[in-house]
Design a protein around this ligand. Structure first.
Ligand code: SAM
Length: 236
């Protein structure tokens, strides 16, 4: 399922290949909203590949029992490596989604966004044979300290976080600089829109004052306060 027209060589561009045994999971997210628009505009190209197509097994099996015993099956290295090698040569970063990987954060997202080409490998079952990462030179990446049933939703998290940093994907790129984790690394300040009062809660007066210096100062203090309350680790 390849989703984009050829890229214009003059434009920033990201090509992502996803390896999964559940390609259907990606259909709606790649059609809708930001990702759908970026693909339609040709700034982002995503191809989703079914690992089962690279299985030698007549039943397209991709998992096997764990050496050493224990419950659960392990994704065998052969079909995953064959699927990755079928993508051909060329520079790219290979990401193996795993709860045991390095935890995804905005600096990592920024690095991935300038890679030009990414391969995202989605595990299932008890995970992927350890040799896959070594053979493919893959970086193990976790989206957080919890365990999902598979790497597909994690791959979509990486894909969306990375794609919105590719120039041309977001409508208003100026807003990126003021977001959580950017600049000084604080959380974003609170946002308000109409109505001025909602359920008895009023928008802070300063935001209606038209005084840009005072608004900037209020936002900085509010961002600091929110960071202290919700994520004190970011201030350390
Ligand atoms: N046995 C593994 C462990 O305890 O670390 C969990 C395997 S999990 C059930 C199956 C697959 O889901 C993993 O191979 C990985 O691709 C994906 N996955 C689960 N949680 C994830 C997370 N927090 N970040 C990234 N991928 C995750």
């Amino acid at each position: 399922m390849s989703k984009a027209a050829g890229a214009d060589p003059g434009r920033p561009f990201l090509r992502v290949d996803v390896l999964t045994i559940f390609p259907g999971i990606f259909e709606s997210p790649l059609r809708e909203s930001l990702l759908g628009k970026a693909i339609a505009a040709g700034v982002l190209e995503v191809a989703v590949h079914d690992i089962r197509e690279h299985s030698d097994d007549p039943h397209r099996k991709v998992d096997d029992y764990a050496f050493g015993g224990g419950p659960g099956m392990v994704m065998a290295p052969g079909p995953i490596v064959a699927a990755a090698e079928a993508l051909g040569e060329g520079p790219r970063r290979v990401v193996l989604l795993s709860p045991a990987g390095r935890r995804l954060d905005q600096p990592m997202v920024r690095g991935l966004a300038v890679a030009g080409r990414l391969v995202l490998i989605c595990g299932r079952y008890e995970g992927v044979d350890e040799r896959v990462a070594e053979v493919l030179g893959a970086e193990e990446v976790s989206i957080g300290d919890y365990v999902l049933a598979g790497g597909e939703l994690a791959a979509l998290v990486v894909l969306e976080a990375v794609s919105r940093l590719v120039p041309g994907v977001l409508g208003n790129e100026a807003s990126l600089a003021a977001e959580s984790f950017e600049g000084e690394g604080l959380l974003d300040h609170p946002h308000y829109t109409r109505p001025r009062e909602f359920r008895g809660l009023a928008v802070p007066d300063v935001l209606l004052s038209g005084n840009h210096a005072a608004i900037a100062e209020w936002r900085r203090r509010a961002a600091m306060e929110k960071t202290r309350r919700n994520r004190p680790d970011l201030l350390a």
